[in-house]
Design a protein around this ligand. Structure first.
Ligand SMILES: *Cc1c(COP(=O)(O)O)cnc(C)c1O
Length: 235
């Protein structure tokens, strides 16, 4: 993945992290927002535990993984000690209990059947799990997410469950203008806040479009490549 010695890798990550934080600060300033209300989730999928420990040493507090099995393997290596683990990828029903057990936040709840196993996993771990409703903005079932008109119903089910309804998440459609996608997500977020006014999280924005996401009100950014470099596999 990276054949560098740890000191070199640490310096590379530190510089990329600083550059990303500067982008967030500038984007917030450009729209009159407080950068401290924006959480940077560093997406570490495909990258080794050694990188995650370097990031922890550089002050990162939130990391994101998209595959439950990969997260469990890294956890066994001690990757996430002292960090909040966010699970951001499409969830298989049979992995949801594990996700609920180990994650602080699951960004990708997109169907009712995930609620019970997520809650069961969180109860086994003795913690309250925050979940976001993933919204599909392109009607492509392979990319996950609930259809916009199903989101409020799903949010109501979560609000009536032991899970904490945090808000919404989306990945912009591949060919779409991210600003338009984020504006649509912001409208849906408003409807979810009518279910629970505390559900104020908007998880949007990645390496290539974090400025547009901040402008549209994102509270959580999921940034991988801009900090860790390219991945050997997609997804
Ligand atoms: C991989 C991934 C990201 C990070 O994307 P980058 O372009 O590498 O910043 C964000 N969100 C989700 C859901 C992902 O799977």
């Amino acid at each position: 993945m990276n054949g560098l010695d740890p000191r070199q890798r640490r310096a590379t990550l530190a510089a990329a992290l600083e550059a990303t934080r500067a982008r967030i600060t500038a984007a917030a300033a450009a729209c009159g927002r407080d950068p401290n209300e924006i959480t940077l989730v560093v997406v570490t999928k495909t990258h080794p535990t050694a990188d995650i420990r370097l990031l922890a040493g550089l002050g990162v507090q939130d990391v994101g993984e998209n595959r439950v099995q990969e997260a469990v393997a890294k956890r066994e290596e001690g990757a996430f000690e002292g960090l909040r683990l966010h699970l951001i990828g499409q969830l298989q029903t049979n992995k949801a209990a594990l996700a609920g057990r180990y994650a602080a936040m699951v960004h990708s709840l997109d169907r009712p059947r995930l609620i019970a196993p997520l809650a069961k996993g969180a109860a086994a771990a003795g913690h309250t799990l925050t979940v976001l409703i993933q919204v599909s903005l392109d009607a492509d079932p392979t990319r996950g997410g609930a259809a916009p008109d199903a989101v409020v119903g799903l949010a109501e089910l979560v609000a009536d469950s032991p899970l904490r309804l945090g808000g919404v998440m989306a990945v912009p459609p591949v060919e779409a203008d991210p600003a338009a996608a984020f504006a649509e997500l912001a409208r849906i977020a408003q409807r979810v806040r009518q279910v629970d006014p505390a559900a104020s999280i908007i998880s949007a924005g990645m390496s290539g479009d974090l400025e547009q996401a901040v402008a549209a009100g994102a509270t959580h950014l999921r940034v991988g490549t801009a900090i860790l470099g390219s991945r050997t596999r997609v997804g």
